[in-house]
Design a protein around this ligand. Structure first.
Ligand SMILES: Cc1cc2nc3c(=O)[nH]c(=O)nc-3n(C[C@H](O)[C@H](O)[C@H](O)COP(=O)(O)OP(=O)(O)OC[C@H]3O[C@@H](n4cnc5c(N)ncnc54)[C@H](O)[C@@H]3O)c2cc1C
Ligand code: SF4
Length: 589
């Protein structure tokens, strides 16, 4: 039996970065907000205490903080003609679960997208002509410009206490920062993290090649910091246990370390945990969401929670699945190109290049989540693509993130994979190795999409989300080219061995690459090309807002969270400033 609950002003589904931002902004606007999260409650003091938080097997390998693939996996296939199978263990990406979502166990790299990323199709058409864009590439503009989002990027950086060096303040290029970034209204709130020796070798090597190295912007606080919400962050300890772990020092900005204290003290805010939302309740005739249905995962009881406004903040997979399961909007059909829900699913292509030094001690165990040195010279359209056979690019970074013993055992090419020689080479190189990463763009393709699996269901009886994804010719050509640039930097650093590792063959869903998935509920100019309008308001239900990277029409060559967060602040401003006064479509269809 479904139990009926009393109505609330707003239900926010999911309590990661986007859900927490929305909850905070809407309670500030005087609305009563109920956040419903499927996973457990978490906070640093009780969940991430020393010494147990430094357990690599428990958190990194056995993925304690992540979505449980045993009860709720996705199914995967490379092409529409393949049969999809449920993945039994998350590998390539690690969806979050519980208060804080993925933002609890992220690394903290906090990049803004380039101004051209926000209007990609128009930009490439203007510079290279429409005929250069391959037919399969279904890219489109965001319909929100970088300039519109700038104050919201700045707000997120202030909340996180981002450590970094600005490269462009109101159009004036700043020495030591990223000269390719869009104009910023001000400097980062914290100074950059202390660079590692490997970072300094990268800075010198890249600088010698005439490139523009800069410290990666990181939501790992380089000094104690109090954010505008009154939350206090500690200084980073360079503990090397950041991505996949919680931070016992509260030095990593997470949804709960930065916004939790303010939300906890807010009378209009409530959070409900271990409650799985299975449907958005939808009145199709009225074009309104009436609330959500959820299952208490401990008791199995089902509840209907009515609400005036529903916000989906369940990341790319959750947002798309909830829309499909609730029958809101037309599912994308790759054969005809019609429909929009599930369209333009993107990921990223991330080849790496390892560098080995006979004479340098790099001490990789000293690291911080977002600690790194970066060049942006080969990202997006920062370089001329006229004579190249691809669009896009990626930043190249040398990150000093971790040297944890189970996962970090690099050896030069040609080393046997087991036995005495493998052991001696591992011991020889452990402290003398670093890895460079290409964070590659991923431009949407007609053949990559999300839909409901016709065969497999999760533990709650809902169809699994089916992921159909592979790299395109554009991705492979771009990644190989930028990886060549990374290898040049490695040689300029004076490495004894430079070992590029291209991504060959089909996309590998079992090996971790990043959790930078996007699309499925994309934004655009009209219901024909998008699920949501520029305020992330659903075209078919004006009181339904679908927030996060699910709205990106394609993926940029950066970590996505700052862009997803900026968009969420932008949408929250529209709800609080305009929608609540006049509940109606904010953009005519
Ligand atoms: C190891 C790792 C490192 C990363 N490092 C970086 C980085 O350095 N920089 C960067 O920009 N990004 C990074 N990311 C990605 C980043 O964490 C995400 O982009 C960001 O946290 C997404 O926020 P979100 O609110 O959209 O989604 P999430 O954090 O996934 O939050 C969604 C929430 O919704 C809940 N939920 C889902 N479905 C339901 C349902 N049906 N009912 C109720 N609740 C539901 C989930 O449990 C989850 O808590 C990293 C991710 C991982 C895994
Ligand atoms: S590296 Fe810094 S921010 Fe990350 S978990 Fe360790 S102390 Fe916290």
């Amino acid at each position: 039996m479904v139990q009926q609950l009393k109505p609330v002003d707003v239900v926010v589904v999911g309590l990661g970065w986007t859900g927490a931002i929305m909850a905070r902004e809407l309670t500030k606007a005087g609305l009563e907000v109920l956040a419903i999260e499927r996973g457990p409650d978490r906070d640093a003091a009780s969940s991430f205490a020393l010494p147990s938080i430094r357990d690599e097997l428990r958190y990194s390998i056995r993925q304690e903080l992540m979505q449980d693939a045993k009860t709720d996996p996705v199914s995967f296939r490379h092409r529409p003609t393949d049969e999809a199978l449920p993945i039994r263990r998350f590998g390539a990406f690690l969806p979050g679960d519980g208060v804080g979502g993925m933002g609890t166990h992220w690394n903290g790299n906090t990049f803004r997208f380039l101004p051209t990323d926000h209007r990609l199709k128009s930009h490439l058409t203007e510079r290279y002509g429409a005929a250069r864009i391959p037919d399969y590439m279904t890219i489109q503009d965001w319909d929100v410009s970088y300039d519109e989002l700038e104050p919201h990027y700045a707000k997120f950086e202030a909340v996180c206490g981002v450590s970094g060096k600005a490269g462009n303040i109101r159009g004036a290029i700043q020495a030591g920062g990223n000269p390719f970034e869009g104009p910023r209204s001000g400097e980062y709130p914290n100074k950059p993290l202390t660079p590692s020796h490997a970072n300094e070798l990268f800075r010198k090597g890249a600088g010698d090649l005439g490139l523009h190295p800069f410290p990666a912007p990181a939501s790992n606080s380089s000094a104690p910091y109090t954010n505008p919400e009154g939350a206090k962050l500690g200084g980073c300890q360079y503990c090397g246990h950041c991505d996949r772990f919680g931070c016992e020092a509260d030095a990593k900005a997470t949804p709960w370390s930065t916004l939790g204290p303010a939300l906890t003290g807010e009378a209009k805010f409530r959070k409900l945990t271990q409650a799985y939302v299975s449907r958005v309740l939808y009145d199709k005739a009225a074009k309104r969401a009436t609330g959500v249905r959820y299952i208490d995962v401990r008791s199995g009881e089902t509840f209907d929670q009515p609400a005036e406004i529903v916000v989906l903040a369940t990341w790319v997979f959750g947002n798309t699945r909830l829309l499909l399961n609730s029958g809101i909007g037309t599912p994308y059909d790759p054969k005809t190109g019609s429909g929009v829900v599930g369209k333009n699913y993107c990921y990223q292509i991330q080849p790496t290049c390892e560098v080995f030094f006979e004479t340098e001690e790099l001490n990789p165990f000293m690291g911080a989540g977002g600690l790194g040195m970066v060049v942006d010279d080969f990202n997006g359209d920062n370089f001329d693509h006229s004579n190249l056979n691809f669009f896009g690019g990626g930043y190249i970074s040398l990150g000093s993130t971790n040297g944890r013993p189970i996962n970090f055992r690099p050896t030069p090419p040609g080393t046997p994979r087991w036995g005495a020689k493998w052991k001696s080479e591992t011991a020889k190189w452990y402290r003398r190795t670093a890895s460079m990463l290409v964070e590659g763009t991923n431009y949407s393709s007609r053949a990559n999409f999300l839909d409901l699996d016709p065969n497999y269901r999760n533990v709650f009886g809902d169809p699994l989300l089916r992921v159909t994804y592979n790299f395109t010719d554009n991705d492979r050509a771009m990644a190989d080219w930028v990886l060549g640039k990374a290898a040049e930097i490695g040689r300029a650093m004076g490495a004894t061995v430079v070992a590029p590792k291209p991504r060959k063959g089909d996309f590998n869903v079992t090996a971790y690459q990043s959790s930078h998935n996007s699309g499925g509920a994309i934004m655009g100019k009209s219901p024909a090309d998008s699920v949501v309008n520029r305020y992330l308001q659903h075209w078919d239900a004006h009181n339904l807002f679908v927030v996060g990277a699910s709205a990106f029409p394609q993926n940029a060559g950066y970590n996505p969270t700052a862009a997803a967060a900026a968009l969420t602040y932008w949408a929250a401003q529209a709800i609080a400033g305009a929608y609540v006064k006049h509940p109606a479509p904010l953009v005519p269809a």
